[in-house]
Design a protein around this ligand. Structure first.
Ligand SMILES: [Zn+2]
Length: 151
């Protein structure tokens, strides 16, 4: 088995899932960008890093973009039922956290903090939705360093 290559999937292993469920698999799907890639393939890892670099600069993840447009079109017409059935709770969490990232980016956060910011804030939203969030929760404490970019 070739060694896994360091990257976002290594630093934040809870932010990727194993879509085929095999313990020896190097195929993962990223919770942030939704890209599926092979962690033992340098080319795949580089492509994944490039995707995160674009997202760090403000290129919204596709699912968040589509969600925003769906709501926008609904509001534009005012006479159509809002159909969000194709979106999941996971999509909503990503839209929330990426919205926070866009605000942080506007307020001067370094794009180099994107991976850590997204991972820590997705964990925070998980705890909020699970009802385990409080001022001293590990997830809340882990995001404190970015509070100056919130508003
Ligand atoms: Zn990703």
């Amino acid at each position: 088995m070739p060694p896994k290559i360091q990257g976002f999937h290594t630093a934040h292993s809870d932010m990727v899932t194993n879509p085929n469920g095999r313990a020896d698999s190097h195929l993962v799907t990223c919770r942030v960008c939704r890209m599926s890639f092979v962690t033992s393939e340098a080319k795949d890892v580089r492509s994944h890093e490039a995707e995160h670099a674009a997202l760090a600069q403000g290129s919204m993840p596709m699912v968040a973009r589509e969600l925003l447009k769906t709501v926008g079109w609904n509001l534009a017409y005012q006479d159509r039922p809002l159909d969000l059935a194709r979106y999941t709770a996971e999509d909503g969490k990503l839209a929330i956290v990426y919205g926070w990232w866009m605000r942080a980016l506007y307020r001067g956060v370094s794009p180099s903090e994107f991976d850590a910011y997204m991972a820590e804030h997705l964990r925070l939203v998980d705890s909020i939705v699970a009802g385990t969030d409080n001022e001293l929760s590990p997830e809340r404490c882990a995001t404190k360093r970015w509070e100056k970019y919130a508003g």
